[in-house]
Ligand binder design. Structure first.
Ligand code: SF4
Length: 636
């Protein structure tokens, strides 16, 4: 029925109808009658964004490769589609079987970004699934979540039945299997089973890495400060530990990949070369949650690349990770991949580069034909502040790298900076402008001396610092919106050079992001209210409306400044204390204190262990494939 309405009435009324059709090459469509458990992977953003997400591609094929289970997909419908669906009371449906979400056993959201939270509520509502987990009946799906924001899912605790911490490849099939077995047991039992849902959740909470929020109650003191969680059920674990893959080289990786009919953000083969990053930037949450660094061997990667190219017909392979140029075998790997696919003219891309000359050499290797711009992230404008955040990059590094880029013929350079970092002063902002000017002058000089008549373009992109859980800056306050806006204007006035383009992020969005990142369970009311007022697609400039959020905070009597603007004491309980990512609090405290002294911590891949605690607590170690473990380190 849904398929009929979709094709007869909806697709010709909405923009980009292929967002809703499914049927892509390498899509998997399984027979519901032959599986025990059904799950829909719900991405709380549009199709183009979701289909570019590697986690979706991995888990989709992993689950569909298991005989007893299936996974389908759903993305957030764009506002025009939502309107049409609501007009017809059409429930949100999956792309593969076009079944309503409420017919699945599990609806699994990925939490990529705090500003997608209202889309989760919207999707549940469109799916006609009760928003609050306590209102769901036995035959409603389990609403689960995982992904980077699971590091503090407390603002969503009332809406989620369970949360998976860490990497899902091993635990998700186990979880789905258990759900399938439970269903079979229940079908066989003659007696009606009241509280079936609770029984299942209690059983699932015993799995490693699985957090069932409803089994805990949050407490606050008279002053409104978070005091801690109380277990409502003795069987619930005190702490929930993130899951990691022990052998990343042998870990599941799909060698098919869906080929969308429409352009998506990353429309190419994605090869995950390594996981984790130990450069220890102090603002970076990914640096904590994906520790320790584990690389795939060059042989495995080559085999996967061959198969993926054969299966998809793509002509580009992206080597993805938090810092691809860090792979200890990257040079031979790049050469081998280029050579192997030369005939078919398959190109390579490296989405993440570090600030060093080695990266430019690599980029030169992979971009012989078509030179797209180069992007680097010095993050701060002065050496002092770069040391505070432990960026480990000097101005000489940066200038040497960029000189190499200009010498190599690049004329478009993009530089990422962050404003509002702890201890930031006016001269740090001034440093951003000065650095950008220096780069522009250097580029013009080099081009002039070579007689090249091409304009230099330097783009500086400025985001605002958001203190994130499980980082050394989790105790820090964010700058106020007014302060951030003042700093943005300062730079706007300061940058007069026409070769420099200056972009900045909306400070109000960063504020809401900080509130949600460090929030507790009380924020569920705010999310609900903001969504009722129409908030959705908050990460999209054209849809974000700050006034809705202000009203939502006022009407729920919750002060957002409490979450974003307050310096937290080291000994205060934190809403995410029960979620164990393996990194010791003492390490985070140590790193925070070192930040205040602008003292550096070295990368544990090439230097001594800095005792973050991850390896001993997870029983795992840094896994490098390059033999000498540091062939590029002299160039850092
Ligand atoms: S325990 Fe040591 S070696 Fe392991 S990730 Fe932490 S700092 Fe690196």
């Amino acid at each position: 029925m849904i398929g009929q309405v979709l094709e007869d009435e909806l697709l010709n009324k909405v923009t980009k109808p292929t967002r809703y059709t499914g049927g892509e090459y390498n899509q998997v469509k399984k027979d519901w009658a032959n599986v025990d458990t059904t799950m829909v992977f719900a991405f709380p953003d549009v199709y183009e964004v979701g289909m570019s997400h590697l986690g979706l591609r991995i888990l989709y094929h992993l689950i569909n490769d298991q005989e007893s289970m299936l996974m389908e997909r759903v993305f957030a419908p764009w506002t025009d589609m939502e309107e049409e669906m609501r007009k017809r009371d059409l429930p949100l449906f999956s792309l593969e079987s076009r079944r309503p979400l409420k017919e699945f056993d599990v609806v699994g959201f990925t939490l990529q970004y705090e500003m997608s939270y209202t889309n989760i509520l919207n999707m549940l509502d469109l799916a006609q699934i009760p928003l609050l987990s306590q209102d769901r009946a036995d035959d409603d799906p389990l609403v689960i979540a995982g992904g980077p924001c699971a590091v503090n899912p407390e603002p969503l605790a009332d809406f989620l039945d369970l949360v998976i911490l860490g990497e899902g490849e091993e635990i998700l099939p186990i979880l789905l299997k258990k759900i399938g077995n439970f269903k079979k047991e229940m079908a066989g039992s003659k007696e009606a089973a009241p509280g079936r849902r609770q029984t299942l959740l209690r059983q699932l909470s015993q799995l490693p890495g699985v957090y069932v929020p409803s089994m805990y109650q949050a407490h606050y003191d008279d002053g409104g400060h978070y005091k801690g969680l109380e277990k409502l059920d003795g069987s619930a674990p005190d702490r929930i530990c993130k899951q990691v893959i022990q052998d990343f080289d042998q870990a599941y990786f799909p060698t098919q990949s869906m080929v969308p009919f429409m352009g998506v953000v990353h429309d190419r083969v994605m090869l995950e070369v390594l996981r984790g990053c130990s450069r220890a930037c102090r603002f970076c949450q990914a640096g904590t949650i994906y520790r320790p660094v584990r690389e795939r061997s060059a042989e495995t990667l080559q085999r996967q690349a061959d198969e993926l190219i054969r299966q998809t017909g793509y002509d580009e392979i992206a080597l993805t990770s938090l810092s691809t140029a860090d792979h200890t075998c990257i040079e031979p790997l790049v050469k081998a991949l280029l050579q192997a696919h030369e005939e078919k003219r398959v190109g390579l891309s490296l989405p993440s580069l570090r600030v060093d000359a080695f990266s430019v050499n690599l980029a030169r290797e992979v971009q012989k034909v078509r030179k797209t711009g180069l992007t680097f992230a010095p993050e701060a404008g002065t050496q002092r502040l770069r040391d505070v955040i432990n960026k480990g990059v000097t101005e000489e590094d940066l200038m040497e790298t960029i000189e190499k880029a200009f010498q190599g013929g690049w004329h478009t350079i993009k530089l990422y900076f962050m404003m509002g970092l702890p201890t930031e002063e006016e001269e740090d902002l001034e440093g951003i402008a000065r650095l950008a000017e220096k780069v522009a002058y250097m580029g013009s000089d080099i081009f002039r001396s070579k007689g090249i008549r091409k304009n230099i373009k330097v783009t500086i992109s400025l985001s605002s610092f958001v203190p994130k859980p499980q980082t050394p800056f989790q105790w820090e306050a964010q700058n106020s919106i007014a302060q951030l806006e003042e700093k943005q204007q300062f730079l706007k006035k300061r940058i007069r050079d026409r070769r420099i383009t200056y972009n900045w992020h909306d400070a109000k969005v960063s504020f809401i992001e900080a509130v949600m990142a460090k929030g507790d369970r009380r924020l569920a009311k705010v999310l609900l209210k903001a969504w009722e007022k129409g908030a959705r697609f908050d990460g999209w400039t054209e849809h974000f409306r700050y006034d809705r959020w202000v009203e939502a905070f006022q009407e729920t009597e919750i002060d957002p400044a409490y979450y974003a603007y307050r310096n937290i004491e080291y000994n205060e309980p934190l809403p995410w204390d029960h979620l164990d990512y393996g990194v010791d609090r003492s390490y985070l405290v140590r790193e925070h204190k070192k930040a205040m002294e602008a003292a550096l911590t070295q990368d544990c891949r090439h230097h001594s262990c800095s005792a973050c605690g991850v390896c001993p607590s997870l029983g795992i170690s840094v896994d490098l494939r390059g033999g000498d473990h540091g062939q590029n380190s002299d160039r850092l």
